[in-house]
Design a protein around this ligand. Structure first.
Ligand code: FE2
Length: 338
């Protein structure tokens, strides 16, 4: 991945960071293929590029199979999004303006080695030891679709009481996750779920999963996305739907805060593309260092200032603060992309 400003390609074990901790997984990031952008294009257009496919000489079926899967899942995700729109009282095509004609979608193939393979567990250690496959986070955009390939437990979602609940693999199904962009666009009705992956139990072998991430137009501007009162965004979600959402949450022991659900681009990003690029740099600082050193430096400087401010406020007690230009609702606690 470090060879490409697009953040596409292979990542060896333990190079990614989520919630400020290292993720114990290795992965390859694939996408809908695009031509390289012209030099005059905005910097975030670097995210569109040809995928770094493994050599056909060694894996002749890899590209045809995964290209086809990405194309099919792209169509399914856009259809599924139209059903979400209908279900909450919006026109079925409410989201369509945020999909490009040649929309880039993304997919990862992920391997989570077990704790023994990672060297984090040895004979005699507690068998219930937990390792971070990927730390707690919410997905960033509209919807994602996870194929759990192996029979491991490990994926967990956080319920409204804050408890972690196992999400075991079920044959013939995909796990659908709602992203923070969807939560903001639907004014909080489609809540984005915090989830994480625990490393597989010692000796149980690696867990494999294949998440597909529905893409959205990176040219979309935050001001337009947020302006649902004046015809921007997907329009206003009907009050009776919002009321239903509140009732469901309360019945399950949670409380929907009266927070304002908005897209946030940090201080700098005006478009989804700029925010996405910064998110990628934050998750993959090695790629950032090579291709976007100035942005990385500026983000680290901002992080350092925030930490100093935090120490000044509470004497340095540990607590998680939202940082960087992530897509967040103002009540969101989770950080990073996926
Ligand atoms: Fe995720």
């Amino acid at each position: 991945m470090v060879n490409a400003p697009s953040f596409l390609g292979y990542n060896r074990l333990a190079t990614e960071i989520t919630a400020n901790s290292t993720d114990y997984r290795e992965q390859i990031d694939l996408s809908t293929d695009h031509e390289l952008p012209p030099p005059s294009a905005p910097l975030y257009r670097n995210l569109f590029a040809p995928t770094q496919w493994p050599s056909a000489e060694y894996m002749p079926n890899f590209k045809p199979v995964y290209s086809d899967y990405i194309t099919r899942m792209g169509d399914i995700s856009i259809y599924f999004t139209s059903l979400i729109a209908e279900a909450i009282g919006l026109p079925p095509d409410a989201f369509n303006k945020y999909f490009d004609v040649d929309q880039q979608h993304k997919l990862k193939i992920v391997k989570y080695p077990d704790l023994k393979e990672l060297g984090l567990w040895k004979e005699g250690d507690d068998v219930n030891l937990e390792g971070q496959g990927v730390g707690p986070h919410k997905d960033s955009m509209f919807t994602s679709y996870l194929l759990q390939v192996t029979q491991h437990r490990g994926l967990q979602v956080q319920n409204l009481q804050g408890k972690w609940v196992d999400c075991p693999p079920v044959d013939g199904t995909l796990v659908v996750a709602i992203g923070q962009g969807m939560e903001a666009l639907t004014q909080g009705v489609c809540m984005s779920t915090t989830h994480r992956v625990l490393s597989p139990a010692p000796g149980s072998g690696p867990r494999f999963s294949v998440p597909f991430f529905q893409g959205v137009s990176l040219d979309a501007e935050f001001d337009e996305l947020n302006d649902y009162e004046n015809g921007g965004g997907v329009g206003k979600v009907p009050e009776e739907i919002k009321k239903l959402r509140r009732l469901v949450v309360e019945r399950n022991g949670g409380r929907l805060d009266d927070v304002e659900f908005t897209f946030k681009g940090g201080d700098i990003a005006k478009t989804l593309g700029e925010a996405t690029l910064r998110n990628r740099i934050k998750s993959h600082p090695d790629v950032g260092q090579r291709w976007y050193p100035e942005i990385l430096r500026e983000m680290r400087e901002k992080q350092r200032r925030l930490e100093e401010e935090r120490k000044g406020v509470d004497g340095g007690n540990e607590r998680q603060i939202p940082t960087g230009p992530d897509l967040q609702t103002s009540g969101g606690k989770a950080v990073e992309a996926h």
